[in-house]
Design a protein around this ligand. Structure first.
Ligand SMILES: Cc1ncc(COP(=O)(O)O)c(C=O)c1O
Length: 294
């Protein structure tokens, strides 16, 4: 497989919203890197794919709406390598699953108990036998390998600052699910600018531990989960609709919508003085929106 030298470009765009109170905001549009391979997922995959150069294919796992499996399957189709997806739960149809199949990914449903065993020492054994030579990628493309691939986001922002008329910025703001993307940005910043992670999942998901295993300082995690992962409420959906109408930015309710709404609340609470320049990372995930509308 590979090598993969496709390094997509994420546009950096100014955002005008009536709640910014003098804070200047720009969005790094990972949702716009490619029509099919969207979001932080490609960047998290790059290191894993580099490690898989002698592999016959890639095997990974996720839920039935997984943005990670979606990006992996799309990359497999684009670059011509076989992919296998191990899925949480029981067979179901939805737009994400439809795409995974259309991209040629082999799917196996593990049930809920089977999926819970994914961290067990012998979990991969039968799959290695079933798919010899396939390289396993952890859930969500995580770990240090995934994080390091996100470091290029810092370079991409720095290279585009002049388009905003900025010579620098003060901090980053992004959604955190496992904290891998955040850790990659923190590593690449090496303390130069703080990184705020808006948690899309509650405390008991262990994001703080994940992140502290990868980086020691230079970030802050804030709860943005609104009562639980994938919990959606009318004010959140209103906010997403209003934002799209106000500035054309599409958001989804699980990660990017919650993250931007949490930023609004923090600005209203006075966390950032007027003139602060923030980079919001749009981590993609819009493919998952179809689960809410269809
Ligand atoms: C759209 C989207 N944004 C953000 C995240 C969070 O990324 P991370 O797991 O690297 O914190 C994910 C996946 O977990 C995602 O699918």
């Amino acid at each position: 497989m590979g090598p993969f030298d496709w390094l997509p470009h994420a546009p950096l765009e100014p955002l005008q919203l009536d709640w910014l109170q003098g804070v200047e905001l720009a969005v790094l549009r990972l949702d716009r890197i490619d029509p099919l391979i969207s979001g932080n997922k490609w960047f998290k995959l790059t290191g894993h794919l580099a490690q898989a150069q002698n592999a016959s294919g890639i095997i990974s796992l996720g839920g039935a709406y997984s943005n990670h499996l979606h990006a992996l399957a799309a990359a497999g189709k684009r670059f011509g390598f076989p992919t296998v997806g191990l899925l949480r739960g029981h067979p179901q149809e939805n737009p994400t699953i439809h795409d995974l199949k259309a991209f040629g990914m082999q799917l196996h449903w593990l049930g809920y108990g089977g999926y819970r065993a994914r961290h067990a020492a012998d979990f991969w054994l039968p799959w290695r036998e079933h798919y010899p030579g396939f390289h396993p990628v952890p859930e969500g493309g995580g770990g240090l390998t995934g994080a390091v691939g996100c470091g290029v986001l810092v370079e991409q922002v720095r290279a585009q600052l002049h388009t905003l008329g900025w010579d620098d910025y003060d901090a980053w703001w992004l959604a955190a699910g496992t904290g891998t993307t955040l850790a990659g940005v923190v590593l690449a910043e090496a303390g130069a600018h703080p990184v705020y992670g808006a948690l899309a999942v509650p405390d008991d998901h262990g994001v703080a531990q994940n992140v502290s295993a990868l980086v020691q300082a230079g970030y802050e995690l804030l709860d943005a989960s609104r009562g639980g992962f994938a919990k959606v409420d009318p004010p959140l959906l209103d906010f997403i609709e209003t934002t799209q109408k106000a500035c054309g930015l599409p958001l989804e309710p699980l990660y990017t919508g919650k993250a931007l709404l949490a930023l609004k609340q923090q600005i209203e609470a006075g966390r950032f003085p007027p003139g602060t320049r923030l980079i919001f990372i749009h981590t993609g995930g819009l493919q998952g929106n179809r689960g809410f509308t269809s």
